[in-house]
Design a protein around this ligand. Structure first.
Ligand SMILES: [Zn+2]
Length: 609
C-alpha cells in the first residue's frame, strides 16, 4: 500500500491492519495524520496471545526534528520494512479475517470556525451554575474560549453603547436562550460492528443535535479502548463532528480473563498506560472489583459501577463507596443497601436472571423491598454516600418503557430519527439485551411506576442534601434513542423534583464535576471552553423545546399548529454547528436505510412482518 493511499485511509478514519494467523510473528498498523504518527506492532504467538505495542506521537507536527531521532528512525524503518516484507507471504497463509465492517467516521465538513472573534448578540443566558437566567447578553468567543460576557441592557431594551465591538462573525441571538453544551455522563459509542449495527457517525450526530458536547463512554464489549481513544483524539482535533469523549472501559472487557487480585490491579495499570479517563466496573467478583477500585485510586483513574444483581449480595453500594468507589450508574445496589427485613432481593422461585423479562420485571419491585423513605436506614445510607461525595448518574430514561411501553415505542422521533437497524435490535428477542417485551403487562408497568416514585424521591433528596447527580441516558437499548434519551432524562429529572434550573445544572456543571472537567466546561464564564448551545425560546419554561423534534404550538394568527424548538446552534471549541443541518443529515441516514429496505417513511412496524 502506498503512503498516499495509507494517508487517505487514515483521513477516512480507517485503521490499516495486517492481521496474520498463528503461529505467525506479527502484523502491524501505521496511522498517519497531519499531527500524529502512530505505529502499532502486533505480535501474535498463537490464537490466544496477541501482544500489541503502540508508538504514538500525539499533538505535534511530524517535523524533521521529531523524525531526527536516530533511534526512532531505526525503529520505524525496521518495523515498516519487516511489515512490508511479511505481508505478501502472510497473505497467502492467512485464513479469512474476522469479519469487521468498515465504519469510517467522515472527515468534518460541518461547522464554521473557530473564529478570531465570534459574538453571540442579545441572548438570555443560563450559565449552568444554578444562577438564574440573565440578559440580554453579548457573549464574545475568541478562538475556542469565552472571552467576554457583557450585559447589554435590560429585557426589551438594548443599549447600543454597551455592546462589545464588532467581531469577524456575529449571530443575532434575540429571542434565544444560551446554555453550556450538555454533558451526557452515561453513553455507549456504537459502531456497525456492535450488535445494534449503527454507524458511529450516526450516534455522534444524534448527540450533537440534542445539544450534547461532552459524553462519558462507559464501556464497549466489542472494541478495546484504543478504538474509542482514537475517536476521542480525532474529536479533540475537531477532525470529526463529535462531542468530547471521556473513555471509561469495562474493567472486565479483556481478551485475557483474570481471576486474581494481582491481575485485576495489572488490568487497571494497563488501562492507565493506554490513556483512558476512568474505569466502569460491572460483573466482576467483589474482591476483584475492590482491588480494581483501590488500584484505580492509586494510579489516578476515576471509577463508577453498574452494581449488578449477580454481585450485589457480596458488595452493595455503601460497601463499595467505603472502599473508594467514586460513583454509580443506574440504581442497582442502592435499595439493596437499605434492606432491613431481608439480605437478598426477593426473587420469584422460577426467576432466571438471563430471562430479561424476569430480570427487568422483578427489578421493578426492588425499591418497594427496601427501607421506606425517611426511615433510619434510608437516612444512614444517604448520609454515608453524602459523606463520601459520591456521584450518582441515575439514568431514569432506559427504564421508561418498563412503565410506559407504548409511549416510548411511539415517541415522535422514532419515525424520522431511528434507524431500522435499531428496530431490528429492539423488537422482543430473548437474545438481545433490553429487548424483553415478551408479554409486558399493565401489572408490570404499575410496579415500575411505584419503583420510579421511591427511586426519584431518593435522588431528589440526595440532590437537595448536596449530593452530585448527573444526567446520562445509557441509550441504544429498550427503544431508547441516543441523544433523545438525554433530553427525556432532563424531563425525568424534572419529574423527580429537580427545578428546571437544577435540571440544567445536572446536565452541565454537575456533569463536568463528575468528569473532573469543571475548570474547562459545564459553566458559561470567562476563560472556559466555548461549548455553547442556543435554543429559540425558554427551555426553563418548557424543556420540550430542546428535542430535535421540538414541540407543537398553536398559532392564533394562522390558526395552525406549528412545530417549534430544536437546538439551532451547537458550538464546540468555538466551532458553530447549524442544528438544522445536522438534523437533516441524521434524518437522511435514516431515510436512506429505509429506502434500501423498501420501508416507507413514518411509523415503523412494532412486530415482525
Ligand atoms: Zn450503560
Amino acid at each position: 500500500m502506498s503512503a498516499a493511499k495509507l494517508r487517505k485511509k487514515q483521513r477516512e478514519g480507517a485503521r490499516v491492519n495486517f492481521v496474520v494467523p498463528p503461529p505467525a510473528i506479527f502484523g502491524y498498523c501505521v496511522s498517519i495524520s497531519e499531527r500524529r504518527f502512530a505505529l502499532c506492532l502486533m505480535m501474535r504467538r498463537n490464537a490466544a496471545t496477541t501482544k500489541m505495542r503502540v508508538i504514538i506521537m500525539d499533538g505535534m507536527k511530524l517535523t524533521a526534528s521529531c523524525l531526527g531521532s536516530p533511534l526512532f528512525i531505526a525503529r520505524v524503518t525496521l518495523l515498516v520494512a519487516a511489515g512490508w516484507i511479511m505481508q505478501p507471504a502472510v497473505a497467502q497463509l492467512a485464513p479469512p479475517p474476522a469479519v469487521m465492517v468498515d465504519d469510517p467516521i467522515p472527515h468534518r465538513t460541518e461547522g464554521a470556525g473557530p473564529f478570531k472573534r465570534l459574538i453571540l448578540r442579545g441572548a438570555y443566558m443560563i450559565d449552568g451554575s444554578g444562577a438564574p437566567a440573565r440578559g440580554p447578553i453579548d457573549l464574545v468567543v475568541e478562538g475556542d474560549r469565552i472571552k467576554e460576557i457583557k450585559l447589554v441592557g435590560a429585557p426589551g431594551r438594548i443599549e447600543a453603547n454597551l455592546r462589545p465591538e464588532k467581531g469577524d462573525h456575529e449571530i443575532d441571538m434575540s429571542g434565544y436562550y444560551i446554555m453550556p453544551g450538555f454533558i451526557n455522563t452515561h453513553v455507549h459509542t456504537f459502531s456497525l460492528n456492535h450488535l445494534q449495527k449503527t454507524p458511529t457517525d450516526y450516534i455522534l450526530k444524534l448527540w450533537l443535535i440534542n445539544g450534547i458536547t461532552s459524553v462519558r463512554d462507559l464501556g464497549q464489549t466489542f472494541h478495546q479502548p484504543d478504538w474509542l481513544l482514537d475517536i476521542k483524539r480525532r474529536s479533540e482535533r475537531n477532525e470529526i463532528a463529535a462531542p468530547r469523549i471521556d473513555v471509561y472501559p469495562f474493567f472486565a472487557n479483556t481478551p485475557h480473563p483474570f481471576s486474581t487480585v494481582e491481575q485485576a490491579k495489572a488490568r487497571i495499570r494497563d488501562f492507565k498506560k493506554q490513556g483512558v479517563d476512568g474505569v466502569k466496573f460491572l460483573g466482576t467478583p467483589t474482591n476483584l472489583t475492590v482491588a480494581g477500585i483501590e488500584e484505580a485510586r492509586r494510579v489516578g483513574l476515576r471509577t463508577t459501577i453498574h452494581n449488578d444483581q449477580l454481585q450485589v449480595s457480596e458488595g452493595n453500594i455503601v460497601f463499595l463507596a467505603e472502599h473508594g468507589l467514586q460513583g454509580m450508574e443506574h440504581w442497582y445496589g442502592l435499595p439493596e443497601s437499605m434492606f432491613e427485613d431481608r439480605s437478598i432481593q426477593h426473587y420469584s422461585n422460577n426467576y432466571i436472571y438471563d430471562d430479561e423479562q424476569d430480570r427487568f420485571g422483578e427489578a421493578g419491585t426492588l425499591w418497594a423491598q427496601a427501607a421506606p423513605p425517611g426511615s433510619k436506614k434510608w437516612e444512614e445510607v444517604m448520609d454515608a454516600l453524602l459523606k463520601r461525595q459520591f456521584i450518582i448518574t441515575p439514568t431514569f430514561v432506559p427504564y421508561l418503557a418498563s412503565r410506559d411501553l407504548w409511549r416510548v415505542i411511539r415517541a415522535p422521533w422514532q419515525d424520522e430519527y431511528t434507524l431500522p437497524a435499531l428496530w431490528d435490535y429492539w423488537r422482543p428477542n430473548p437474545l438481545n439485551h433490553g429487548s424483553f417485551w415478551f408479554d409486558w403487562t399493565t401489572e408490570r408497568e404499575m410496579a415500575w411506576r411505584e419503583n420510579y416514585r421511591i427511586w426519584m424521591q431518593f435522588i431528589n433528596e440526595y440532590k437537595n442534601r448536596g449530593g452530585l447527580v448527573t444526567a446520562g441516558d445509557d441509550a441504544g437499548f429498550l427503544y431508547n434513542l441516543p441523544g433523545f434519551g438525554f433530553t427525556q432524562e432532563l424531563e425525568l429529572l424534572r419529574e423527580a423534583g429537580f427545578t428546571p434550573l437544577e435540571v440544567i445544572r445536572a446536565a452541565t456543571q454537575s456533569g463536568a464535576r463528575a468528569l473532573g472537567h469543571d475548570d474547562q466546561v459545564g459553566v458559561l464564564k470567562l476563560g472556559m471552553k466555548a461549548d455553547i448551545i442556543a435554543v429559540r425560546g425558554n427551555p426553563l419554561a418548557n424543556l420540550k423545546l430542546l428535542y430535535p423534534t421540538g414541540t407543537i404550538r398553536f398559532n392564533p394568527q394562522t390558526q395552525h399548529t406549528e412545530r417549534v424548538g430544536g437546538i439551532d446552534y451547537i458550538i464546540k471549541d468555538g466551532i458553530v454547528y447549524d442544528g438544522q443541518q445536522l438534523r437533516d443529515e441524521v434524518k437522511a441516514m435514516v431515510a436512506k436505510q429505509k429506502a434500501e429496505r423498501h420501508i416507507g417513511p413514518g411509523v415503523m412496524p412494532v412486530a415482525q412482518q
